[in-house]
Ligand binder design. Structure first.
Ligand SMILES: Cc1cc2nc3c(=O)[nH]c(=O)nc-3n(C[C@H](O)[C@H](O)[C@H](O)COP(=O)(O)OP(=O)(O)OC[C@H]3O[C@@H](n4cnc5c(N)ncnc54)[C@H](O)[C@@H]3O)c2cc1C
Length: 572
């Protein structure tokens, strides 16, 4: 562990090698440890499917090797990846080295492909939000940067190099089985769904194109020689599915996943729905519950329809996001009030950024007892839960019914951040393109009076009424600021909002991850409502259910399990 066998120029490990000792048994025990309670009082690992996590733990080391065999390099292990167990540090970030030229085989990345926040540019190579390619120096890799793009681009490059063919611009609509609820899965039906440049009307093309199949028929049927693997991601774009988990998510303005990157069918749950139509069972639907990334939170990136991507021009997805958004950070809420669709405050704004959090390594950080002993009842004792509990209910208050909620859904409406020019000056916030849209798109408004501002928000696609109470809300807030005591919501520091022009920017209610989906066994085979395997159907990642583990680590291991098992199916 201390050495640097790949010769990447890594510095000494931050965590002592003996503290990194790990194996699949320990990983499995960790991932199903009943006693771990997070900072919201929820014991996530307790509900993880045991067969699935045994398979996950056994395959995780093989996937790391598979990734390294396909051009991915890793920095030093540091901290916990959310949902990755807490008795050991296990977070491994994929890295590329800054150089003149991007070369996947050599692991190098050009400054242009990295993207440049100072120049306000992202690149088509790397859409990573906020910091395009964060510095990996603190992860023991000086001169390197990290990000999910490293994994995606390296695997894509390697697959294309090996002759894998890609049929893009298609949406799988149905999975076809011999009989509606019995027999083998035979293939899929898919429709042609290209994305067009909003100005030129030209079809958007992938960054690399070698191996692409240009097939433009409206509907096609693809026969599976061995199996169909569902890897369609999450389901928060489907109101019927997401309200199975949380009925408040009927609210149409909720943002989910990186919508501008994936497009209008982002997280539409189509793989889950297609599986349900041929008899698949679901699992883990409750595992979104109070998860910091999978249940609604209020964004501190204001004034954009896609606060999740938070993307600069230079990547084609900016054409759809239209604004990067103004990142005010948690501290910025001191200068801003949050109001509901009728212009009323609903919570102490200074806690909006305090979202719930997973249990973490090292022990003593969020939601982990220090000292942490695996499987120890004290991790879940009332005293421990009280000591570590940390959760703001700001998003719950935002999703509550208000005067504007109407039958039949009684939806809560969008949340607006209201501030004045003095706040802009104090925060140094860029109230200009590309942080806000030009021409305006309804997510950011400016007016000389609050009364005028209250009407302008009607430009937002999901705002159904003017901010009826805004003038009186701000008057009350200013009076409380003069007193120095927030008698209504106990906000600790307040500043008057009285310097025109005034601003209203959306503070999107959003979810990032999706848990719950098709029920799979340890071979990643989809299981039906009678507990029987649906022959020839596999699934993984956010389209599957049974665990609250976050992200790429979960999806890639499921993909590996599904792929290796599907390859052994008899050929049709
Ligand atoms: C902003 C952001 C930052 C993140 N950061 C991290 C991180 O740092 N580390 C980490 O581990 N995880 C991170 N995650 C989470 C991680 O990206 C996801 O958990 C992971 O990508 C899920 O993988 P998946 O293969 O299940 O689904 P996805 O990656 O969502 O892939 C699903 C794919 O299927 C396509 N698709 C969907 N339906 C259909 C259909 N019917 N027909 C054809 N194609 C379809 C979609 O367009 C998409 O390309 C982040 C997520 C976001 C949004």
């Amino acid at each position: 562990m201390a050495a640097d066998p790949q010769g990447l120029g890594l510095t000494a490990p931050r965590i002592k090698p003996q503290d990194l000792e790990d194996d699949p048994d320990r990983l499995f025990t960790d991932m199903t440890d009943w006693s771990v309670v997070d900072a919201t009082g929820v014991a996530r690992y307790r509900y993880n499917d045991r067969e699935l996590h045994r398979a996950w733990a056994d395959n995780a080391p093989k996937v790391r090797q598979f990734m390294m065999d396909n051009y991915i390099r890793f920095a030093r292990i540091d901290g916990t990846h959310q949902g990755g167990g807490v008795s050991r540090a296990r977070a491994a970030r994929a890295i590329m080295k800054m150089a003149d030229k991007t070369d996947i085989k050599a692991g190098t990345l050009s400054p242009q492909d990295r993207g440049d926040p100072a120049a306000e540019r992202h690149s088509p190579f790397n859409p990573m939000r906020t910091i395009p390619g964060g510095s990996a120096t603190a992860l023991g890799a000086p001169g390197w940067v990290f990000g999910g793009f490293v994994i995606a681009r390296s695997l894509e490059y390697s697959a294309r190099e090996k002759g894998i063919r890609f049929m893009l611009n298609r949406h799988m609509d149905e999975i076809i089985r011999e009989q509606p609820f019995s027999g083998r899965v035979l293939g899929v039906k898919a429709s042609y769904t290209p994305r067009m440049h909003p100005e030129t009307g030209a079809r958007l093309e992938s960054f690399w194109q070698n191996g692409n199949i240009d097939e433009r028929a409206d509907t096609i049927y693809i026969r599976a020689r061995k199996a169909v693997i569902v890897g369609t991601g999450g389901m928060h774009g489907s109101v019927p599915l997401r309200t199975m988990i949380d009925p408040r998510m009927v609210e149409p303005s909720i943002e989910y996943g990186p919508s501008s990157l994936i497009g209008p069918r982002n997280m539409d749950g189509s793989g889950i729905i297609a599986g349900m139509k041929i008899g698949a069972n679901l699992a883990g639907m409750m595992q979104n519950y109070q998860h910091s990334l999978a249940s609604p939170t209020i964004s501190s990136v204001l004034g954009t329809r896609d606060a999740v991507a938070s993307i600069f021009p230079g990547h084609p997805a900016f054409l759809f996001a239209r604004a990067k958004g103004i990142a005010i950070g948690n501290a910025g809420w001191e200068h801003v009030i949050a109001v509901n669709q009728v212009g009323q405050r609903f919570y102490n704004e200074s806690t909006i950024g305090s979202i719930s959090s997973d249990a973490k390594y090292p022990p003593g950080s969020d939601g982990t007892r220090n000292p942490f002993v695996p499987l120890d009842w004290r991790n879940a004792s009332t005293a421990q839960v009280k000591a570590q509990y940390k959760r703001s209910a700001a998003s719950d208050a935002a999703l509550a019914m208000n005067e504007g909620s109407r039958a039949p859904d009684y939806a809560s409406g969008p949340v607006w951040a209201i501030f004045d020019s003095a706040a802009v000056a104090r925060g140094g916030w860029p109230v200009r393109y590309p942080y806000i849209a030009d021409p305006p798109d309804g997510y950011f408004h400016k007016a000389d009076t609050l009364a005028e501002l209250a009407k302008k928000v009607m430009g937002h696609p999901h705002q159904k009424m003017p901010l009826k109470h805004l003038v009186e809300t701000v008057a009350r807030y200013n009076a409380l600021a003069d007193k120095g005591v927030d008698e209504d919501f106990e906000k600790p520091v307040m500043h008057r909002i009285d310097t025109p022009p005034f601003y209203a920017a959306t503070a999107g209610i959003r979810v990032l991850d999706s848990y719950g989906g098709l029920r799979i066994n340890g071979k990643a085979q989809v299981v039906d409502t009678h507990g029987e395997v649906i022959t020839g159907l596999y699934a993984g990642g956010e389209a599957s259910g049974g665990g609250t583990q976050h992200g790429i680590g979960r999806a890639s291991v499921h993909g590996y399990i599904a792929g290796t098992n599907a390859a052994q199916e008899p050929s049709a």
